[in-house]
Ligand binder design. Sequence first.
Ligand code: SF4
Length: 210
Amino acid sequence: MKQKKWYSYLWIVELLYLCLGLFNILFAWLGMLFFTIPLLIAVFGGGKAYCNRYCGRGQLLGLLGEKLKLSRNVPPPKFLRSRWFRYGFLAFFMTMFGLMLFSTYKVFTGAPLQQTVTLLWVFKLPWQWAEVDMVSPWIAQFAFGFFSVMLTSTVLGFVTMVLFRPRSWCVYCPMGTMTQGICILKHGKEVAAHGRKSKEDRGVAEAAGK
Ligand code: SF4
């Protein structure tokens, strides 16, 4: 039997991250690793290696959808795979990210800390089990905002996993779109995301140009 590589277990890290955020919101800062590593790999010549090997979220969606059969396993709608939707979603996502940074800045300049996690950019969940006294309020504000981003994208990933194919989130994931954009800028062509869990998902990704 083929031995699994260490990076096949990175889905555990993804799960751990979500649990640690519930335990103490300041762990949300660790999510910056999921944000910067894929971009650095793409910039320094690794192409889509993060998506293909190291992404715990992609692995987790694959496991839940394929092994636990939580996915309907039907192709995602065409619009989800279209270029305008992927780049439009990236623009929307980055705008919300910018607003989150602005809230952090406001707290840095004296505005009160908002102890809430915002789900799907609308629903404000009170988040009282957070030990934020040990740090400056802006550090805590960033943690609340960043955990909101991570939780929102996780929920969207789970919903599209259940409704369509296990890794349908990968079709419009902002990190995937950004790393693909970097590959296009560097090599003048799109780079396929190899190593996905199933032929079907590879088909989805290729149809999406990822
Ligand atoms: S597209 Fe996003 S979720 Fe999918 S493997 Fe790449 S970084 Fe992970």
